[in-house]
Design a protein around this ligand. Structure first.
Ligand code: ZN
Length: 697
């Protein structure tokens, strides 16, 4: 090891410029130190050279402690600095400037002359200008003189401070070509640069300094290709978007990185096996039943009625012996249903939309909120969101659970949240452009609306959205594809949740995009037949029933969510041990019966998605002929964007064929222009049931 820096602190008065820097430079390689202006790079170099005092930590040169050594001593020890701003003696000639580099080593005259020749060989431009006054040279030539002067001492370690500063790109190329040559000839170099891309491509290993701390380190090639670092440090968005680059250069990204070690946080559970998870679940189930029995008169009553006491829960299998609960129980207990703790422990309530009679209100203790925020951060982590991301949250704030969860989870992870709230497309677009948000959170309808607006304005290449996290609504594959495409190729993640169960964030799609991982360490899932209430085996579609494992204020025992999904058995290819279910297909109370057939709106989604040429928006209008009592289904579907109206007969024919084949119904079809059907920022209504006195299952 040529140089080792351990826990180095430097103060300027009361301001701390370096805050515990650790850094290693092996012999014979080039190490880059990158970071924005003011990050502490030059301070570090000066500390190493002995030009400023350190307040704590050690500097070891080839294993020897050299902390506090004078600059002259450091030069004799074999260090040479090519300083920022070159620091030429303008009145002296190039030759005289070079000689200064050898001054402290007290070499004989002929050796000095030889070394000047060596430098001229490396910098041929200087050979012709040895007699010229340094002040008359160009910036690039002065940089060569500064580097040549440092090389005169044949240093063990060459410290290069901002060699490209103020140079034109072509001259910078020339300087970096020389740095490459020096590296190849075995010179050990510490390269300090503001131009991160250049520094990373000229070095083998790099450290990223922000606000006096090393915030990232690794092989330069890996850092160079890391998309997060590219976004954050290599000119923010892109060369085509100088405004965003300026934002990055202004230090916005560094402010975020001041938070310590966020990048190494994890919100995943520590279970090593499914058995460990099951053991945790059993403990949680026993706790919940005991807690609910002791804390809530409602639960005590229904448990007593079912002949169950907490002592009856001996295994996870005993879950099925417990009574079920439903929205009716929430309504009956309004305004504080299922409450199992005294009011002084409740710190917040949230409520769902709906009229007074239908509004679901849920209470939270501080621990409930902490748990919620923790697993919401896990959602972001599962979607690959990092502290370098900027999360624009376009969902409802206030009494709804949504906004709070999205925001607190993002901040817990260390990402930058942009709490935009729902609606206001103009403002959302402005934020996407100005803040270069990398993650966009909304409902699927809102995401589609935004996608179409982005397309309409032709700005897909000016925004920086990498991921879209959307929820609270079914979404067809064609809708997902369209959103992703129009957003310039963003990756979509369906997030699940419901007010009764903390709020959104109780599960999310993983990188495999074929399942939802749900947080089995916080709640249990059963799937039942919504009509017979019988438990269904893994893999079968039915209604999701949840039981919480540590929820204090309003625990849920076998709560019927009305969401239709199925358990996907077995491990996921993503490697997570956490259990999973399919994306929510619909709600058991959304299904409609048409001429004796139960239809999920999502089956219509799926069917239409598979017919090329159709758009993703549709409406189903159901009516009843009062004379003969027959039901009619009128289906309005948009054509895909740019699809020729001449294809209407062919597309209509194909739709009819598929409806008859897959859903056993024959609706009346109407194909309309793309963009004809209304879009909404919240959930778009697609099923209009106008049948009188119809019994909707
Ligand atoms: Zn997975």
């Amino acid at each position: 090891m040529m140089l080792r820096i351990e826990n180095l602190h430097v103060h300027y008065g009361s301001a701390e410029a370096l805050r515990g820097v650790d850094l290693e430079i092996p012999a014979g390689v080039t190490i880059a130190l990158v970071g924005a202006n003011g990050a502490g790079k030059s301070t570090l170099l000066k500390a190493v050279m002995g030009l400023i005092r350190t307040s704590q930590g050690r500097i070891l040169l080839e294993g020897k402690d050299v902390t506090g050594t004078t600059p002259l001593r450091m030069v004799r020890n074999g260090l040479a600095l090519s300083p920022e701003g070159r620091e030429m003696f303008g009145d002296l000639t190039v030759r005289e400037n070079l000689r200064l580099g050898a001054l402290s080593s007290g070499l004989p005259e002929n050796t000095v002359a030889e070394r000047i020749l060596d430098v001229c060989e490396r910098f041929p431009r200087l050979a012709e200008r040895l007699g010229q006054r340094a002040s008359t040279m160009s910036g690039g030539e002065q940089q060569m003189v500064a580097m040549g002067r440092a090389l005169m001492a044949k240093p063990k370690l060459l410290l290069l401070d901002e060699p490209s500063l103020g140079l034109a790109p072509l001259v910078t190329d020339e300087i970096f070509a020389i740095i490459h040559q020096l590296t190849r000839s075995g010179t050990t170099i510490l390269l300090v640069e503001q131009n991160a891309a250049r520094a990373l491509s000229a070095s083998t290993y790099a450290y990223l300094l922000a606000n006096g701390r090393i915030v990232e380190k690794g092989p330069s090639s890996a850092l160079l290709t890391d998309p997060n670092l590219r976004r954050a440090f290599l000119g923010a968005a892109s060369e085509q978007n100088p405004a965003a680059s300026r934002l990055g250069a202004a230090g916005l990204t560094n402010i975020r990185l001041e938070k310590q070690d966020m990048s190494h946080l994890t919100f995943m559970p520590a279970f090593a096996s499914v058995d460990e998870l099951s053991a945790h679940q059993l403990k949680g189930l026993q706790w919940t039943v005991e807690h609910a029995y002791q804390g809530s008169s409602f639960y005590r009553e229904i448990l007593d009625l079912a002949g169950m006491t907490p002592a009856h829960i001996k295994s996870l299998d005993d879950l099925k012996l417990l009574p079920m609960t439903s929205t009716d129980d929430l309504r009956d207990g309004y305004p504080f249903p299922l409450r199992a703790v005294p009011f002084e422990q409740i710190v917040r309530i949230h409520a769902s939309s709906g009229t007074t009679g239908k509004r679901k209100v849920l209470a939270y203790t501080q621990k409930d909120l902490d748990d919620w925020i923790h697993f919401f951060a896990r959602c972001y982590e599962t979607a690959g969101v990092t502290p370098l991301d900027r999360v624009q949250i376009a969902v409802g704030y206030g009494i709804w659970t949504a906004g709070m969860g999205f925001q607190l989870g993002a901040e817990k992870l260390g990402a930058m949240s942009v709490p935009a709230g729902p609606g206001n497309i103009d403002m959302q677009i402005q934020f996407l452009l100005d803040f270069q948000s990398t993650v966009f959170c909304s409902t699927a309808s809102m995401a589609l609306l935004m996608a179409e607006e982005i397309h309409h304005r032709g700005i897909a290449d000016k925004i920086n959205v990498q991921k879209i996290i959307y929820g609270s609504e079914r979404s067809s594959n064609s809708m997902r594809q369209k959103i992703s495409e129009l957003f310039g190729g963003a990756e979509l993640f369906d997030i699940t949740g419901l007010t009764e169960l903390y709020g959104p964030g109780t599960g999310i799609e993983c990188s495999q995009h074929d399942c939802i991982h749900y947080w089995g360490d916080y709640y249990l899932v059963e799937i039942i037949d919504p009509e017979t209430l019988e438990l269904l085996p893994d893999g079968e579609w039915g209604e999701m029933v949840v039981t919480t494992l540590c929820k204090e204020a309003a625990p849920l025992i076998r709560y019927r969510t009305r969401d239709i999904t199925r358990i996907i058995p077995g491990p996921c290819r993503c490697g997570s041990l956490l259990p999973r279910h399919s994306r929510i297909k619909g709600r058991s109370d959304d299904t409609f019966k048409f001429r004796g057939v139960n239809i999920y709106p999502s089956s219509i989604d799926t069917l239409l998605s598979n017919i090329p040429g159709l758009g993703s928006e549709f409406q189903v209008h159901l009516s009843r002929d009062e004379k003969n009592g027959r039901d009619h289904m009128h289906l309005i579907v948009e054509r895909g964007q740019g699809v020729d109206p001449g294809r209407i007969p062919e597309l209509t024919h194909e739709m009819l064929h598929q409806f008859k084949k897959q859903l056993l119904v024959t609706p009346e079809m109407q194909l309309v222009d793309y963009g004809h059907l209304p879009r909404s920022e919240r959930k778009s209504q697609r099923i209009f049931d106008n049948r009188l006195g119809d019994d909707v299952v």
